[in-house]
Design a protein around this ligand. Structure first.
Ligand code: KIV
Ligand code: ZN
Length: 349
């Protein structure tokens, strides 16, 4: 069975949510919980962006031992040095470096030619690699980049020493089959390296059209062995793929996907609560896995079914995700079964 690594970017891409700002000690608290959740990689921040992020990244690199500790960096030596100085204390340090590759980003934002970008990738990825850390490369806006050029950027980063290749759907543009197609083609082109275990394929999906989780799962089906995601699905604009949803899709469909994660799923609810409390972003009631309605039933027919066998209306056991909440709600759709059950429960105690 394929092991899917969970790369958590709550502290970097998640913190880019409008209005969210975590201080270093809040970041450390979340990182410690992510360690309990047993994520494989924590992207701790973008150390060049501000002093607090540098300090927080360093604090986490010193105190959180089990996961890989990753810092985000532009393809610029100064950024790479600062990222390195923040996470060098980790036993498993990683630099995640990126540059936009799509035509619109090249022409309008970077004002750089394809060749200039390829030269930068080779030079800066080699530089990061020579610092002695693992290097992940992302062609930003990959899903809107001309396919052949995207492959050239990936090939150049591999030649320069990158060992993790991430395919971001930066603006959440793709349909699930479209994303599958792109990731599968990348997998096929570098299949020898991916199957030898020397190279890792990663996906990173945004939720602008509500496809982030579905796209991440099709990425896994296409050969990705790392998924980048964020607790509660927070992040820029409409957010990133929600970690708890990605994990439970994989865990409940292990056989179909022939894949599993290392996540301690019983910690999902608690992690969600901590992130919500510290980011001050409320969890919608109907949020899959961790919302207060996720395993709560009001209609009489459903209550009857749940009391007979919870599998009638639940495909996950709430205990397995550490969910704490009300099992039944009473309203105009409720029936006698849950009322009797509640009465019996009250009388029993
Ligand atoms: O969405 C994105 O493209 C990112 C990076 C992986 C560049 O956050
Ligand atoms: Zn992103």
């Amino acid at each position: 069975m394929k092991k899917i690594k969970i790369f958590d970017t709550t502290l970097r891409d998640g913190e880019q949510t409008v209005g969210v700002s975590l201080n270093p000690y809040e970041k450390l608290r979340i990182a410690k919980q992510l360690e309990k959740l047993n994520v494989d990689v924590i992207e701790v921040g973008f150390p060049i962006s501000n002093k607090e992020d540098f300090f927080a990244s360093k604090l986490i690199a010193k105190q959180v031992r089990t996961p890989t500790i990753c810092a985000f960096s532009r393809l610029i030596k100064k950024d790479i040095n600062v990222a390195y100085n923040a996470i060098k204390y980790s036993d498993k340090p990683r630099i995640h470096t990126f540059i936009a590759t799509s035509k619109i980003h090249r022409d309008k934002k970077l004002k750089k030619s394809q060749e200039e970008i390829l030269r930068m990738i080779y030079e800066e990825v080699s530089y990061a690699k020579n610092l002695g850390v693992e290097v992940e490369f992302s062609p930003e806006d990959a899903s809107r980049t001309e396919f052949d050029y995207m492959i050239q950027t990936i090939r150049t980063s591999i030649d320069a020493g990158a060992t993790i290749i991430n395919i971001p759907d930066t603006v959440g543009d793709s349909l699930p089959f479209e994303f599958y197609d792109r990731v599968k083609k990348v997998y096929d082109i570098f299949s020898d390296e991916f199957s030898s275990g020397n190279l890792e394929l990663s996906v990173h999906c945004h939720n602008d059209k509500g496809n982030a989780v579905a796209n991440s799962i099709t990425g896994v089906m296409a050969g990705a062995t790392q998924v980048e995601c964020v607790v509660n699905g927070i992040g820029e604009r409409t957010g990133n793929a929600a970690l708890e949803e990605v994990v439970m899709n994989i865990e409940t469909k292990r056989k179909y996907l022939n894949a599993e994660t290392n996540i301690c799923t019983q910690e999902l609810y608690r992690t969600s609560q901590i992130v919500s409390e510290l980011t001050k972003i409320e969890i919608p009631k109907n949020k899959p896995i961790v919302g207060s309605n996720a395993f709560c039933h009001e209609s009489g027919i459903h209550q009857h079914g749940i009391l007979a066998d919870s599998n009638t209306y639940e495909t996950m056991n709430p205990v397995n995700v550490g969910w704490v909440g009300k099992k039944f709600a009473f309203g105009k759709h409720s029936g006698k079964h849950a009322k009797e059950y509640l009465l019996y429960d009250v009388l029993k105690t």
